[in-house]
Ligand binder design. Structure first.
Ligand SMILES: O=C(O)CCC(=O)C(=O)O
Ligand SMILES: [Fe+2]
Length: 365
């Protein structure tokens, strides 16, 4: 059995988590035969409630090729489907989006290779501060987390400036292409969204300064967990930007909150799950709600997910579109805030549903 100091601190309930570096969850699960989860990983003493398997709860599917077909009827179907998905769910499965399946698979493979680097090699990319361009770690904020999450991550700022680890070979080139294609899709989706909100076609693109938009690539690794009903990969939260794109290997684990229930979302290998994030909720003055989601773990197979968060530029002051504020039916407004400030506040906020977004709301009378 491994007896590295950081491992001991994770296994013992008395040891303060903050005392030493945390072992990556991948290393922990590979170094000892675990039959139960170490104390600090207990997210819930009661088993986490299972998700709904009601066919009524099927995720809307948006066919991107309808938009690009050149047929006006197909385009208007796309616009309507998107509008309904944003209002009813806050997320949708995006199919026929034009990103080659081979590129998506290669990205998942390269992420897996990254996580397979030695712990020492990965420590080179550790990163400490919020806007450090490359950060590899475990849980959420690492040592400051009260409960540890069953997840290792690599987070990289890929726009407006592109950064990326130089290992494994070829990962950076693949990621550059992959993220560029996603930015293109985001622009198209946000043009259609502007239209759906009754705004000028380029409203979001311009006001959110997408030419300098903040794009963050994250790869998440969730190894098998001996007690998946008591641990969690990522707890319930909404994302910070405008739209997040999610892809995964063939293993499920994403759940979204819909009408007060948790719903399983399986993302097929050639699809993206796209969810509305907080800045789009603010901009739409609450017409669209950011989607609360979480990642659960399993006891059989390692899951890898890729989450690409697409936001405004860091200096953009995000506020509700004025056209959407003056209506009597919308009495809630959100306090305008620089996106960078929002990220800083989020960093110091415990991840809990939509706690930070709720703080930015003011009730008008
Ligand atoms: O792994 C997943 O499916 C979700 C990841 C996620 O929510 C995130 O990285 O923000
Ligand atoms: Fe997320």
């Amino acid at each position: 059995m491994a007896t590295k100091a950081p491992l001991v601190s994770q296994l013992s309930p008395e040891a303060p988590l903050h005392a030493s570096k945390l072992t990556l969850i991948k290393s922990l699960t590979e170094s000892v035969e675990l039959t139960s989860i170490p104390f600090h990983y207990t997210f819930s003493t009661n088993p986490i409630e299972p998700a709904s398997s009601d066919p009524e709860d099927s995720i809307p599917v948006i066919d991107f090729s309808l938009l690009t077909s050149g047929d006006p009827d197909q385009r208007s179907k796309f616009i309507q489907d998107l509008s309904k998905a944003c209002e009813d769910w806050g997320g949708f499965m995006l199919i026929n989006h034009g990103v080659p399946e081979s590129l998506m698979k290669a990205m998942v493979e390269a992420s897996k290779e990254f996580f397979n680097l030695t712990e020492e090699e990965k420590r080179e990319f550790e990163g400490k501060l919020l806007l450090d361009p490359i950060k590899c770690g475990t849980s959420l904020h690492g040592r400051v987390d009260e409960v540890l999450f069953w997840r290792d991550f690599l987070k990289v700022i890929v726009h407006p400036d592109f950064h990326f680890p130089y290992k494994p070979t070829g990962f950076s080139e693949l990621a550059s292409e992959f993220c560029k294609r996603i930015r293109k899709l985001v622009r198209e989706l946000l043009k259609a969204t502007s239209e759906n909100l009754g705004l000028e076609n380029c409203y979001i693109e311009k006001t959110m300064d997408l030419d300098s938009g903040f794009q963050l690539f994250a790869a998440n690794l969730y190894p098998p967990c001996p007690q998946p009903e008591h641990a969690i990969g990522i707890p319930p939260h909404s994302d910070h930007g405008l739209l997040t794109f999610l892809a995964q290997n063939e293993i499920g684990g994403l759940q979204v909150q819909h009408n007060g229930k948790w719903v399983n979302v399986y993302i097929p290998p050639n699809s993206f799950f796209v969810n509305i994030a907080d800045q789009l909720e603010i901009l739409s003055n609450g017409k669209y709600k950011s989607l609360v989601h979480r990642a659960v773990v399993n006891n059989k197979a390692t899951r890898i997910s890729l989450a690409i968060a697409n936001g405004p530029s860091l200096d953009t002051i995000v506020s509700p579109a004025i056209e959407l504020v003056n209506s009597e039916s919308h009495s809630v407004v959100y306090i305008p805030m620089k996106f960078k400030k929002y990220l800083e506040l989020q960093q110091n906020h415990k991840l809990g549903q939509k706690a930070l977004l709720d703080c930015t709301k003011v009730q008008t009378v």
